[in-house]
Every structure is written in C-alpha cells, then in structure tokens.
Design a protein. Structure first.
Length: 282
C-alpha cells in the first residue's frame, strides 16, 4: 500500500478511534461529584484571597453581610461556560429587579490556573457582556485552588475534550456559609430565586432533590441537552473538530512524506548520470 494511502487510512481509523475515545473517555463521576457538593452545605467557606479583574487582592470576607452566588468556570471553555454564564446573567438581572441588585452579590471564579488569570477573566466578562455592579470575576492563585474548591465541594476532571465539571451555583448566606447548591446549564430565576428569597427572609434551607433527580439535571461538559427528547447526548461537533484536526495532521504528514520520497528518488537518478560525465573529462 502506498504511504499516502496508508496515511489516509490511518487518518480514517483515527477519526473513528477519536470519536469512540472521546465518547468513552473516563470522565467525572457525577454521583460522587454531587455527593461532595451536597456534603458542604451548612459549612463555612474560609476567607480565601483572590484577585479581581485588575489583579487586585480581594478577600471573600468582603462579601459578608449579603447573600453571595458563586459559580466556577474556566475561560478555555468555548461553549458550555459562556452559555451557562449568560444564562446566569439573565437570571441575575431578573433577581435584581425582584429583590434589588444591592441585596446580593455574584462572583465567577476561574479555577483552571494559571490560565484563568485576571486578564483572562476580564476578557471572559467582556465577551459574555456582563457589567453588573454586583458581579465580580475572580482568579485564585494556583496554590489556593485545591483548598478553595474543597470548601465549595467542587470537583472536576481534565479530559482530552476539555474539563468535565458539575455546573453549580453555590448560594452562600451573609455569614459565608453554603446555604444551597443549584445545578444546571440554564438556571432560571425561580431556581436561584427560591434559596435567595429564603435567605433574605431568614428562612431555613429547603429540603433538596434526591441524588438521582440531581444527576438527571446536571449538565457535564461533553454532553448536550436535547429538549426534544429530554435527554443528554454527546456533542459530536466537538468530536468532529478533534477528528478533523487529526485528519489534517495526517494529511500534512502524508504530503511531507511524499515530498521526501520524491527528492530521494531524484537523488538516486542523478548519481549514475554524474559518473560518466566525470570519466569523459579524463
């Protein structure tokens, strides 16, 4: 089989292998992630120091005195995190109209360090069109990430397709304790508004969903919710992007291999022709 044909065949095989690899790759254990998330409800979050969009240090204790909504994102996510953040933005605007923007705060924390720098968070905020006065975008220092995520019960797993994580908004009370965890890709005003309303009225937390019900509502990175079926399916667009990159790399390898073989053959042809010419000069 010709090298180019072998290369294209390998590319086709890699296309299929990549699709199955992304689909079957070890991902986040949803139930374990949800258990960890639920286990921290009622606990106080330590007074971590983070950096705002201008690189200035900001302590979590500066948000005490009001309820606080906390979401974890990573700026390298081009689909899910921006969509989720924009959905959260709509809900926050509606909650501001309902309760007043001065009665609660919101922060989005970039957990993928060192890539989610203050500059990256500033760009992410601009790209999602968020300029609310009660919403900050913060970056922890790399060494502070494990303790910060542990306090919030936040789990993630890096995969070849990106970072799998449970889409969560943690609702903290005025004393910095985790009051509720709200899950989902498209959070509504009612989902966030209920725990916020109870906090503002000094009401006890509401009983949560069962683990099974929560798993059904959680949106993990490499799946896409299909409203027609009410189920989650794999994002084959992402798989095609990866496979396309592999195919392009194989095609370029094939091209350079053919170029190398052609030049090698030309050198072999040229050698016997040069010898007689040298003999005639003697």
């Amino acid at each position: 089989m010709r090298p180019c044909a072998r290369g294209l065949l390998l590319a086709a095989l890699l296309f299929n292998t990549t699709a199955h690899a992304v689909e079957g790759v070890a991902a986040l254990d949803e139930q374990e992630a949800l258990r960890a998330s639920q286990a921290v409800i009622g606990r106080s979050v330590a007074d971590h120091t983070l950096l705002d969009r201008d690189g200035r240090p900001l302590r979590l204790s500066s948000y005490r005195g009001k309820p606080l909504l906390v979401s974890f994102i990573y700026t390298g996510c081009f689909k899910v995190c921006p969509t989720t953040t924009q959905s959260l933005s709509v809900a926050v605007q509606q909650l501001a109209e309902l309760f007043g923007a001065d009665r609660f705060n919101v922060v989005s924390v970039g957990f993928n360090q060192p890539f989610d720098s203050p500059t990256a968070m500033r760009v992410f905020a601009a790209q999602t069109g968020i300029a609310a006065s009660n919403w900050d975008f913060l970056s922890p220092t790399p060494g502070a990430v494990p303790a910060l995520l542990s306090d919030f019960g936040f789990r993630y797993v890096a995969t070849p397709a990106g970072i799998d994580h449970v889409l969560t908004v943690s609702v903290l009370d005025a004393q910095g304790r985790i009051y509720a965890q709200v899950y989902g890709e498209r959070l509504s005003r009612d989902q966030l508004g209920e725990p916020l309303r109870r906090l503002l009225n000094d009401a006890p937390p509401q009983s949560g969903l069962s683990l099974t019900e929560m798993v059904q509502r959680v949106r993990i990175l490499c799946t896409v919710y299909d409203p027609k079926t009410g189920e989650y399916r794999y994002d084959y667009g992402l798989i095609l992007e990866i496979a396309g990159g592999v195919t392009f790399a194989m095609a370029m390898s094939c091209f350079f291999l053919l170029e190398w073989r052609t030049r090698r053959q030309m050198r072999r042809i040229a050698r016997p022709v040069a010898a007689p010419l040298a003999d005639t000069q003697h």
